[in-house]
Design a binder for this molecule. Structure first.
Ligand code: BG6
Length: 460
C-alpha cells in the first residue's frame, strides 16, 4: 500500500483511444498541466492499432472540441509527457511493455477507462507485470450492475489493490455545486437548527436532461436511469443533504458519514417506483425494439434516522424532459398563522446544474392595506470565472495526491446498491412518455400530498 500522501509519479490511462478519454480525460490533463499540477509521464494504453503520433492528433482534437481549445504551452508540455502502449489487454506482453514505459516511476496511477468486462484480466495483468506495485487505480462507473456484481468487482480489484489505493470516480462528487451542499449546510449556523424532521417537510431532487441517449444506446440498454444516475450521482446528493456533520477532520470522516446515511435509507419497494421510457427510445441505435429499459425514474426514499424520520426524499431523473437542470428543493413546514401567507411556504432551492445557485423562498408583506404576505426569493448565483476546476480535473488531481475523500468507497457503493436492488430485478410497469414532457403522468401522484413536483427554475 502506498502512503496516502505519496503523489503518483506516472499517470496511466487504459482506454486511451475511447470516448471517455476523448471527452473528459485529455481536457482534464491539459488543464492540470496549464495550472502546473501535472509534470509526470502520461501513458495511454489501447488496443486500437494506434501510433503515438495518432494519439497526439486525437488528443489535439479532443482539446479543441472539449477542452476549450488547445493551449499552446500546455499542449507542448503535454506532448513531451505523453507515451503510448498499443496492445491487447488479454496479452501479458502489453503490460510488460507498460512496465518498461513506466521507467523509473515507482508509484503509478492506472485509470481504467475501459469496459467493466475487461477489468478482471486487466487487474490481473497489472498485478502480474509489477505495474500495480505501490500503485493506485481509478475505476470509472458503473461499479457493478447490482449489489452482487459490485461485490464481485470489488473482490477482483482487491486481489491486487488495497481499498485506500482504489479511487472510484463518481463525477458528481467532483462538482462544486454538489460539494457546496455540504459546505452550505455545515458552515451556516442558521441552517443547523432547522435541518431536520421538525422543520423540513420534504426534499425533492430533480435531474432533468432535455436530450436522449446521444448515441449511447448500447450502454444505456445495460443501465437505465436507476443504474445510470440514481444509484450513484443522485445518491451522493442525498448523502450530502442528509448526512450528519463529519465528526472530525479524520480523512475518512466524510465518507464515514455518507455510508451511514445510505445504510439508513429504507430499501426501495417496487410498488413505489414509477418508470418511464420516452417515445422513440426503441428506435435508437443499439436499443432493442422491445426494450423495457427506463429512461425516466421517479421514486420516494425514506431515511430511518433520528433526523429524517417521516421526511420523504423524492427523486426524479429522466432523459428527453423539457429542460436540462438538476435541482434540489428542500421545503420547510408552514408556520401556524397561514392566513398571513396563504399558500406560501419557505424553501431552499439548490441548483446544481447547469449553473450553481441557491434560493431561499420567503414571504414578505404585500404592499397595500391588507395584512397579507406574498412570495419572494432571496437568491444567490455563482458567476463562473472560467477558472473553475472541471469535476474530472479536480478528481484526477485528488486521486494522484492519494486523497480519496471525493471518491465512492466500497462500503458506500454497496449500501447504495442495496437500496435499489429490490427494484432492479422486479417486473415494474414501464410507462411511455412524449419527449419534451415531464415524464409519465403516473409520476405526479408520488408527490401530490406534498404539493406536487417543484419544476426547476425557469421551466414550466
Ligand atoms: C453520466 C451519465 O454519468 O452523467 C449520463 O452516464 C448523464 O447519462 C451524465 O447524462 C450527467 O452528467 P452531468 O455532469 O452532465 O450532469
Amino acid at each position: 500500500m502506498t502512503t496516502t500522501l505519496t503523489p503518483s509519479d506516472a499517470f496511466v490511462f487504459l482506454g486511451a483511444t475511447g470516448d471517455l478519454a476523448y471527452k473528459k480525460i485529455f481536457p482534464a490533463l491539459q488543464s492540470m498541466i496549464r495550472r502546473g499540477h501535472l509534470e509526470v509521464p502520461i501513458i495511454g494504453v489501447a488496443r486500437a492499432g494506434y501510433s503515438l503520433e495518432r494519439l497526439r492528433e486525437r488528443a489535439r482534437a479532443s482539446m479543441e472540441e472539449y477542452g476549450g481549445g488547445v493551449d499552446p504551452a500546455a499542449f507542448a508540455k503535454f506532448l513531451t509527457l505523453l507515451r503510448y502502449v498499443d496492445g491487447d489487454y488479454n496479452n501479458r506482453a502489453t503490460f510488460e511493455e507498460l512496465r518498461r514505459q513506466l521507467g523509473e516511476a515507482a508509484h503509478p496511477i492506472h485509470y481504467l477507462a475501459i469496459p467493466p468486462s475487461m477489468f478482471p484480466v486487466v487487474i490481473e495483468h497489472l498485478g502480474g507485470s509489477g505495474c500495480a506495485l505501490d500503485a493506485r487505480v481509478i475505476v470509472e462507473k458503473p461499479f457493478g450492475r447490482d449489489l452482487a456484481s459490485a461485490q464481485s468487482l470489488s473482490d477482483t480489484i482487491h486481489t491486487v489493490f488495497n481499498e485506500p489505493d482504489v479511487f472510484r470516480i463518481d463525477h458528481y462528487l467532483g462538482k462544486e455545486a454538489v460539494q457546496n451542499l455540504m459546505v452550505f449546510r455545515f458552515a451556516n449556523t442558521f441552517l443547523e437548527p432547522i435541518w431536520n424532521r421538525n422543520y423540513v417537510e420534504s426534499v425533492q431532487i430533480t435531474m432533468a436532461e432535455s436530450f436522449g441517449v446521444q448515441g449511447r444506446g448500447r450502454f444505456y440498454e445495460e443501465a437505465g436511469a436507476i443504474r445510470d444516475v440514481v444509484q450513484n450521482h443522485l445518491m451522493q446528493v442525498v448523502g450530502f443533504l442528509a448526512m450528519e456533520p463529519p465528526a472530525t477532520t479524520y480523512r475518512e470522516a466524510i465518507r464515514d458519514e455518507l455510508v451511514k446515511v445510505f445504510r439508513q435509507v429504507r430499501l426501495l419497494d417496487p410498488a413505489g417506483l414509477v418508470r418511464g421510457q420516452f417515445q422513440g427510445y426503441r428506435d435508437e441505435a443499439g436499443v432493442a425494439p422491445d426494450s423495457k429499459v427506463e429512461t425516466f425514474a421517479a421514486l420516494r426514499l425514506d431515511i430511518d434516522s433520528w433526523r429524517w424520520e417521516g421526511v420523504p426524499f423524492f427523486i426524479r431523473a429522466g432523459k428527453c424532459l423539457p429542460v436540462t437542470a438538476t435541482e434540489v428543493m428542500v421545503k420547510l413546514k408552514r408556520p401556524p398563522l397561514t392566513k398571513l401567507a396563504p399558500g406560501i411556504g419557505n424553501f431552499f432551492r439548490f441548483r446544481l446544474n447547469p449553473e450553481l445557485s441557491i434560493a431561499l423562498g420567503a414571504a414578505i408583506k404585500k404592499p397595500g392595506d391588507v395584512m397579507v404576505g406574498e412570495p419572494t426569493e432571496l437568491s444567490l448565483v455563482h458567476h463562473p470565472t472560467g477558472n473553475e476546476l472541471s469535476p474530472y480535473e479536480r478528481l484526477l488531481g485528488d486521486a494522484m495526491a492519494g486523497d480519496g475523500t471525493l471518491f465512492a468507497r466500497q462500503d458506500a457503493v454497496e449500501a447504495a446498491w442495496a437500496i435499489v436492488d429490490p427494484v432492479l430485478g422486479a417486473e415494474t410497469p414501464l410507462h411511455t412518455y412524449q419527449p419534451g414532457t415531464w415524464g409519465p403522468v403516473e409520476a405526479k401522484s408520488l408527490t401530490t400530498e406534498m404539493g406536487g413536483w417543484a419544476q426547476p427554475e425557469g421551466s414550466s
